[in-house]
Design a protein around this ligand. Sequence first.
Ligand SMILES: [Zn+2]
Ligand SMILES: [Zn+2]
Length: 342
Amino acid sequence: MTPTLHPRLLNGRAGDPAVFVEAMHAPGAVLFDCGDLSALSTGHLLRVELLGVSHAHMDHWADFDRLLRPLIGREKTLQLVGPEGFAARLHHRLAGYTWNLVDRIPADLVFEVTEAGAAPPFPRARFRLHTGFAREDLPPVTPEADGTLLRLGRLGLRAAPLDHGTPSLGFALAEDVHLNLWRTRLAERGLPTGPWLATLKRAVAEGLPDDHPVPVFARALEAAGAPVQPLGALRELVVATPGQRVAYLTDFADTPANRAVAVELARGADTLFVEAPFLAADAAIAAERMHLTTTAAGEIARAAGVRRVEPFHLSPRYLGREAEWLAEIEAAFGRPLNPQAA
Ligand SMILES: [Zn+2]
Ligand SMILES: [Zn+2]
């Protein structure tokens, strides 16, 4: 299957963490963390529609202004998701500038912030350029049954706090199921192609019962009075392929509670971006700094059954030892980190 989600680590394995995710089917991009966005062009920055910030340590949040600057003068709503108290941090950040002449700028820029805390409902707030980014509280939000907190087109975002001495959000981005038609089966059964197939796909996607009637017709003008077949007899025409999944997990201590949350977010991910700042021999330092070791990162990836692992947040103390570092993660994962490269 052709990958439709294209996530990339912006600053290499040792740079400030940031992952930019593009989807083939939509112009909007998703960004996780913004400690250093110098790798993104203005064109890329303008496409960001959803920004997830794990926590407000500088290496994850310092370069927000690089995203903010080109957005001034654009009509745009940007969704932000951060940990508890994040709306106030964004507010302080925006209050660091003077906005007295913004009423001369015709386009309004809107930030909508969701704070993913320990338990829903999650507080939301809005800040708009035209009010000088005064805080407006929005109704709190409760995630969908599967944990989806926000949707961007065909992408759903989940977020959950991990303990890093402060809450640090882990993120999972999942594409909706793809529904494809089995054209040969359609031909074998002598059924026409046409707009009715969209209705059929929608009925499958919505999980309607087998006795749900589906009208079969070739042209829109034949819809009224078209012969009807029960959904159960037509299901074999639609093939459901799971969408792609990307998880981003950074800055958390190796505790059983954190592992459980991390594995749940990363389960079945096509690509897991996971921090692994310290070598296994430095587990005591990792514990003291509330970060993972290579072993912990690899074990989390294995427990979650992910396909590909992209480790990052390598501590600068290991300069020149990247091969050794990768080997430790791979040993704990039990397979090549990148099956395509192997
Ligand atoms: Zn960090
Ligand atoms: Zn941190």
